[in-house]
Design a protein around this ligand. Structure first.
Ligand code: SF4
Length: 687
């Protein structure tokens, strides 16, 4: 038996594991001693591999290229030459008729790795000539990137996952670590065991609330009001570090003026929280020697998400909890390589290494390196804008790489209607997802475990993954497919291996220059910025309290609270919040094809509901129910749960039966364009 070291592909924790391989088949997985997981894994890490053996699959693995010559016709298996010629000639025609910006692409935040995302965005920018490339950060932590870039200068976690257990106080805000990053939850538990104070702000009594010193069950949709109330107390009670703020921050006067009215008493009606509890919580945070804030999609999937991220960042600035170990701001990224897809420039506004597409000097440098006269200077479209752009006739072709928008985007009815109007849909994936079923061209790719690549963990850590087994069928690595497509489009692109791609990237981005394959193999983990080959990487940012903003100072920011766009009413009396199932990952195409994880949780999913609401609507535990919004109706199973707050219901977005995105609204944060997945008005009916 051989052991192949890799990184778990199921969340941004970046846990290292060994795949155990016998006779060319994976027979198990065991935890390895990675920097973030230190010999531990959650159940997805232990049991998330058996789809690699191509057995017992609920969803067919894609094993050969396929095309569909007419919409609604049958898929036809073809050679790679024919598939590439078919897809590229149709893309060329669309580009000639409607311009490069009529083509939209996605990067992929899944097991595809950084090299493939780098090549994908290069294909979009150099071969097609558009910045229309985006990734699933748009629907998860896009607001964290947008907010933190403005307030601190970097859109990523300031400190490391492994530091969490050595902090004195953790403010867990809208973040269900136990279900989304179990190994991070383990770090929070270890911090507690070492004496840290834990404060949990969440409408639902999540697992971490069980160990919290203070639990703040705020109302759904009141985040901004609570963050402002925290700031109000810090200033009024002089709990903030005045010298730090004077020397290293800016914007204090406007900030102070805006939060002045947000006393805990003023916000009590909005948040539903006892003012004394609010005071106690922020005093606990401010009076700890080191404190960190962790947040998840309970912060980012709201229509005011960027403002809240900036507000949380400002709490860390006010209290001087930046620029040293065991403090900081922690947006814990969801999909395993969403940090990497962003790092690689699979975003409409940044090139690899976070150079803005509007930065003429950066564009010129990349254009020279890529051998094109120029690169597009206009910010591209976000993937959440796509349905409307299709309706307006602005997007004609969609090249979807390792994403499943017909499962994961809000208001799926609108998505399907828009997709039907596209001239061309290309899907590059490993499984026949819901989106692949609508494709004109399917380009089958190798999976995690079948190729070599680099992942970025949520805390900016680069790690190498190695190939364990051969892929089934006639499939190619993602970067090979994009290279073939680019060449066929008239932009010759060729690499012999993933390392060549990585080295090209390093040469272009000062943040990653020193992160060589060799160093990653030696150290196991290299966190950017790593500007030179003798640099070990950067576990925590902002040393000396120098921030990467234009002024070098941290920006303090507050905004007036806004209610969620949709409100409950007599017809739709409950607020739906989308969440995730601990045993499954993203659209479930991978984990849904792993038998142990299927056993743990399978269709039709569930809706969590408070006992009082269940009684009010005549719903029995485990019974099938209809859940309906103004946009759609799905059948699912009731899960009566006292840990859920009354007035709200919770569904995971991962099921084909009971797909809650049939119900969600596409109300977007105006800055990040992230949907308000956390609040849609619904009703529930017993069957
Ligand atoms: Fe670690 Fe996340 Fe994988 Fe679990 S799912 S083993 S926490 S990387």
């Amino acid at each position: 038996m051989k052991k192949v070291i890799t990184v778990c592909p199921y969340c941004g924790s970046g846990c290292k594991l060994n795949l155990l391989v016998e006779n060319g088949k994976v027979v198990g997985a065991e935890a390895a001693n990675g920097v973030t997981n230190e010999g531990e894994l959650c159940l997805k890490g232990y049991y998330g591999w058996d789809f690699l053996n191509d057995t017992k699959l609920l969803t067919p693995r894609l094993k050969q290229p396929m095309i569909r010559r007419s919409r609604g016709g049958q898929f036809e298996a073809v050679s790679w030459d024919e598939a590439i010629a078919f897809a590229s000639s149709r893309l060329k025609t669309i580009k000639a008729q409607h311009g490069p910006d009529s083509i939209m692409m996605t990067g992929s935040s899944r097991g595809t790795g950084n090299e493939s995302n780098y090549v994908a965005q290069k294909f979009a920018r150099a071969a097609i000539g558009t910045n229309n490339i985006d990734c699933c950060a748009r629907v998860c932590h896009g607001p964290s990137v947008a907010g933190l870039q403005v307030t601190l200068g970097n859109g990523a976690m300031s400190n490391s996952i492994c530091e969490i257990e050595d902090t004195d106080c953790i403010l867990v805000f809208g973040y269900n670590a136990a279900d989304s990053h179990p190994i991070v939850a383990r770090r929070i538990l270890k911090a507690k065991e070492k004496g840290a104070k834990i404060i949990v702000c969440d409408p639902r009594f999540i697992e971490t609330a069980r160990i919290a010193d203070l639990y703040l069950p705020l109302k759904n949709g009141s985040n901004m009001a609570l963050v402002n109330a925290f700031a109000n107390v810090l200033i009024n009670e002089k709990l903030y570090r005045q010298a730090f703020v004077e020397q290293f921050a800016e914007g204090f006067e406007e900030y102070q003026a805006l939060v002045a009215k947000y006393t805990p008493e003023y916000t009590a009606e909005i948040t539903g929280l006892d003012p004394e509890l609010v005071r106690k919580a922020i005093r606990m945070y401010a009076q700890s020697a080191t404190a960190t804030i962790l947040w998840g999609m309970g912060v980012t999937q709201w229509g005011q998400a960027v403002d809240v991220v900036k507000g949380l960042s400002s709490l860390a600035t006010l209290t001087g909890n930046l620029g040293r170990p065991n403090v900081g701001v922690g947006p814990v990224r969801g999909q395993n390589n969403v940090q990497g897809a962003c790092d690689m420039g699979a975003l409409p506004n940044t090139l690899p290494g976070y150079y803005s597409v509007t930065d003429a000097a950066a564009r010129e440098r990349f254009a020279r390196a890529w051998g094109v006269p120029s690169l597009p200077a206009e910010t591209g479209h976000s993937l959440t804008e796509v349905p409307h752009l299709i309706e307006e006739g602005k997007i004609k072709a969609y090249y979807i790489f390792g994403e499943d928008p017909l499962q994961t985007e809000p208001d799926l009815g609108v998505m399907r209607k828009a997709f039907a109007k596209l001239d061309l849909i290309i899907v590059q994936d490993i499984f026949m997802t819901k989106t692949a079923m609508m494709a004109d061209v399917i380009l089958p790719a190798t999976s995690w475990g079948e190729h070599e690549n680099v992942f970025s963990s949520a805390d900016r850590g680069f790690q190498r993954c190695y190939k364990a087994v051969d892929a089934p069928g006639d499939v190619k690595d993602d970067w090979q497919i994009h290279s073939l497509m680019a060449t066929a489009m008239g932009y010759p692109m060729h690499y012999d291996n993933a390392q060549q791609i990585w080295d090209e990237l390093r040469g272009l981005c000062h943040l990653y220059t020193g992160a060589t394959y060799e160093k990653m193999a030696d150290l196991g983990y290299v966190q950017w910025p790593c500007p030179t080959e003798d640099h070990p990487g950067t576990p925590w940012l902002y040393e000396g309290n120098r921030f990467d903003t234009p002024s070098g100072k941290a920006l303090l920011f507050a905004a007036e609270w806004r209610a969620p766009r949709e409100q409950v009413d007599a017809d739709y009396p409950l607020g739906l919040c989308t969440v995730r199932e601990v045993g499954h990952y993203s659209c479930r195409s991978m984990t849904g094809n792993c038998s142990a994880l299927q056993t743990l949780a399978d269709e039709p999913g569930y809706v969590q509901i408070h006992p009082d609401d269940a009684a009010r609507f005549g719903v029995q535990d485990q019974a099938l129910v209809w859940v309906a919004s103004r946009r759609g109706k799905v059948i699912t199973r009731a899960n009566i749960n006292p840990r859920v707050n009354a007035g709200a219901v919770y569904m995971t977005y991962q099921w084909w039966i009971g797909a809650c995105n049939e119900l969600t609204a596409e109300h977007l944060d105006p800055i990040s364009k992230t949907p308000e997945y956390k609040f849609s008005a619904v009703k529930i009916e017993a069957i």
